[in-house]
Design a protein around this ligand. Structure first.
Ligand SMILES: C[S@@+](CC[C@H](N)C(=O)[O-])C[C@H]1O[C@@H](n2cnc3c(N)ncnc32)[C@H](O)[C@@H]1O
Length: 282
């Protein structure tokens, strides 16, 4: 079958499944299978039987609500490629705000080789992006899930990023005690509440519960990590968090209660409060 004819069939399947991004998703599937960034530049080219079968299979899977990012197995974050599996959270554009916050702090303070820890690293998107943007930084990724740790290693190698990768429970003192005099600790921890877990959108249900659930009120990680990891920061060091929509006042209070100063809340590209940055007193 010719490319354009197959494209129209697959587009129709995705459109009929209620997918609002059906054009984008169809294009991504074609790009992935045909290894061609512009698959429709040659609309009458014949698609091999094997490629057609693969395209149809991905289209069917996508039309059942399976996330496009897992389907393709790779996604971009801050312009860098990241391999993905169901063991890791799909990197979100919102999280790029956290990257911008860290880079801004480093720029303002003239830090060229900061010591950075990324807690709850998932795919490694934060740790690896920071290492790429700050090549002289010492960056360490901390994660508990074995499946995610494998993906972080793969992504570090894919991006040629020389970072340390540590298996550890960020809620345990013994993990925090392995770190001293950090300039920056950054984290996008699980923050979904019990109520929200029960009402998750279908696509999010494919993501690991361990990457989502933040306890009854979604704040367990902020409470425990802030108290534990404060001791791992250098005086004047910064702690930066991503949090969920509406959690900004709770996270700010946790930081205040732990005697942090210069607390700044930032909004993401959609205008929603998304990150907090706080400084350990000197
Ligand atoms: C919200 S995801 C964030 C992933 C990644 N940092 C990102 O921004 O895309 C949270 C991550 O925390 C990890 N995690 C959950 N509990 C943990 C714990 N106690 N210690 C270390 N990592 C944990 C999960 O496996 C998951 O990869």
């Amino acid at each position: 079958m010719q490319r354009k004819a197959l494209y129209d069939i697959c587009g129709e399947i995705l459109k009929n499944s209620g997918n609002e991004d059906w054009e984008f998703d169809t294009l991504c599937i074609f790009q992935d299978i045909l290894h061609d960034k512009h698959p429709l530049f040659r609309p009458t080219e014949e698609v091999s039987a094997e490629d057609e079968e693969n395209i149809r299979q991905l289209t069917e899977r996508r039309s059942s609500g399976y996330p496009l990012q897992y389907l393709l197995g790779e996604w971009e974050f801050y312009g860098y490629p990241f391999r993905l599996s169901e063991d890791v959270l799909i990197p979100r554009p919102d999280t790029e705000t956290l990257i911008e916050n860290v880079l801004e702090i480093c720029r303002r303070q003239g830090m060229r080789s900061p010591k950075i820890a990324d807690l709850c690293s998932g795919s490694g998107c934060i740790a690896i992006t920071l290492k790429k943007e700050l090549p002289l930084a010492e960056v360490c990724a901390v994660e508990l899930s074995d499946g995610a740790l494998d993906i972080i290693k793969e992504n570090a190698s894919l991006n040629d990023a020389d970072i340390r990768i540590i298996k550890g429970d960020v809620l345990k003192k013994e993990t925090a005690d392995m770190f001293r005099d950090m300039d920056i600790i950054v984290s996008n921890p699980p923050y979904v509440t019990a109520k929200e877990m029960a009402e998750l959108q279908q696509e999010v249900r494919y993501e690991p519960e361990m990457a989502l659930y933040g306890g009854e009120d979604g704040l367990d990680f902020y409470r425990t990590m802030t108290a534990l990891w404060k001791n791992s920061l250098a005086d004047g060091g910064r702690l930066l968090y991503e949090y969920g929509d509406g959690q900004q006042n709770d996270v700010e209070k946790i930081l205040n209660d732990n005697d942090f100063e210069n607390i700044t809340l930032s909004r993401d590209l959609a205008g929603i409060f998304r990150t907090a940055s706080a400084q350990k007193r000197r």
